[in-house]
Structures are given as C-alpha cells and as structure tokens.
Design a protein around this ligand. Structure first.
Ligand code: R5P
Length: 285
C-alpha cells in the first residue's frame, strides 16, 4: 500500500504515509498553457492498494483528483482509497430551488468511477456519503483538535449553534473543558447574528470550534458575543480553513488566535488530521 499526494494535500498525504508506515509519492501535476491538468505517477509500478489524498475544491482540484484516480487505475491499482480532506460542493446537498443541480451527489458519483472507498473529514453532512456505492468513512477531526489544545488552559469550548455541538463536545471531552453553544442566525452569505444567550463565559478562556471558516462571519459574531459575556480570551479553530476574502485578517482583530487543521493547507493549518485518518484506515475506529 502507498500514499499518493495531490497538489492540494502534500503535507497531509506525507503525514498520513508516515502514520501508516508506508511509502509516499508526490504525483507530478502540471498545467497546460490553456489551464488543463496533466498528471503522472512517476513510478515503475504501483501496489495493488493505493491511497490518493487530494481535495475536490476548488474545481481544478476535483479534476486533478479524477485524473489521479485514473492514472492509478491505469497502472493496475485495484483498490484505490480516495481521501478527500475538504470535500467541495457538500453544502449543495439538496435541490433547494427547482432547477438547481444536486451538486454533492454529482461530485460523489464522479469519485466512484475508479474507487470503491471514499474517506472524507468532517464532511458538512455525512448523509451525502450514502450516494457513494462503496465503502465510506467520515473521519472526525475533533480528537486531533482536542489533543492540540490539551494543556493550553481552555476552560470553555463553544459551538456557534446547537447543530455543531457534537464536534465541540468531542473537543471539550479531550481537553476536559466545559461545553456550550451559541445561537447563530445567518442573515446573508457574509452576515451572521448571534442571539443573546446566557453562556457562563465570564473570565473564561474560550475556544470556538466550527467545521468551516469561510468569510469568518460566524466566528466574528461568536467572538464578539463571548467578549460581551466577559470571556478573558477567545481562540477560534476549524477543520476546513477556507478563509475567503480577508477572513483571517478580520478574525485576528476579534480573536486572540485562529487555527485550522491541514485539510486545507494555509498559514494557520497547524493541526494534522493524519493520525485520525490513519486510525480509521487501520480499522481502529
Ligand atoms: C455552516 O453551516 C458551517 O458550519 C459554518 O459555520 C459556516 O460555513 C461558516 O461560514 P462563514 O465563515 O462564512 O461564516
């Protein structure tokens, strides 16, 4: 078994190979002048079992993943495990309005062409994995996030809304901190409001945990609410740090620190989810 890394996930793929004690290969990926993608796995031969690690966001990364799968299949790999650290299009999991595409299903079905095992990390709604006709696992980043913050004086872990409580609770359990949630209402793509809620945050070192930070609107509203409630410090952490526009700069003004896992590699992606993916792949979870 070996691990092949795509361009979106070099560090994570390398970490995963190390965790599994297996060989790591960085695929050769280049772009033609017209923008099309060219991939080549530069090995004499491939093992029967390979793990490909590559995001499906943005669209160029999805195409790269499909080509990597085909390159591995073309070299005779028969058991291709597709690890998608950040699964793009997961939020369009319904036809919310007539005439819309069911994007999440389209992406899942595309990944099925050369793979019988799909692994995601904190996918927005795990139910979408039911569209994959093969084995699936959604790996939780929370144990890795909890271990990262263990011993750092966090007293209170917060979810931005009740729906995100399970993730926050998993992190809080590892740290040994209290857990609660705020009451988020999204007013528009970028504007989020936190309803006043009686959370015991006075003089606490608070950690806000979310799956995605995109515009930063959710975390900004949560951090401001926690300050009103008297929190001594506020740190934000997410699994997938998209940080669109100037989200990181915006968040640095209202949070003491911002971190993400390495499902999307960026300047704050210091928490590796490789140990948890390895546990799932070894069948330990
Ligand atoms: C929403 O359901 C997600 O869990 C995140 O809270 C959301 O995607 C964050 O987006 P933003 O950073 O733009 O507020």
């Amino acid at each position: 078994m070996l691990v092949i890394g795509g361009t979106s996930s070099r560090n994570l793929a390398q970490d995963l190979a190390q965790e599994l004690g297996t060989k790591f290969i960085q695929a050769n990926v280049v772009r033609f002048p017209d923008g099309e993608c060219y991939v080549r796995i530069e090995e004499e031969e491939l093992d029967d079992e390979v793990i490909i690690v590559q995001n499906t966001h943005p669209d160029t990364s999805l195409v790269e993943m499909l080509l990597l799968q085909d390159a591995a299949a073309g070299m005779g790999a028969r058991k291709i495990t597709t690890v998608v650290p950040y699964f793009g299009y997961a939020r369009q999991d319904e036809r919310f309005k007539t005439g819309e595409a069911l994007s999440a299903k389209v992406m899942i079905r595309a990944l099925e062409l050369n793979s019988k095992h799909l692994v995601t990390i904190d996918v927005h709604k795990p139910i979408i994995l039911d569209w994959f006709r093969g084995q699936t696992n959604d790996v939780h980043a929370a144990p890795c996030v909890g271990r990262f913050f263990d011993g750092h004086g966090i007293d209170l872990v917060l979810a931005p809304d009740e729906g995100a409580m399970q993730r926050a609770s998993e992190v809080a359990r590892v740290i040994g901190a209290d857990v609660d949630h705020l009451e988020k209402t999204r007013l528009s793509g970028e504007v989020v409001r936190m309803a006043p809620k009686n959370v015991d945050a006075k003089d606490k070192h608070a950690l806000i945990v979310d799956d995605i930070i995109s515009t930063g609107g959710t975390i900004e509203a949560a951090a401001n609410q926690l300050k009103i409630l008297g929190a001594k410090s506020v740190i934000a952490v997410c699994t997938h740090g998209l940080f669109t526009k100037n989200a990181l700069d915006r968040l640095r003004k209202c949070c003491n620190a911002v971190y993400s896992t390495n499902t999307i590699e960026n300047e704050v992606s210091v928490i590796s989810v490789a140990p948890q993916i390895a546990r799932v792949l070894r069948g330990q979870i």
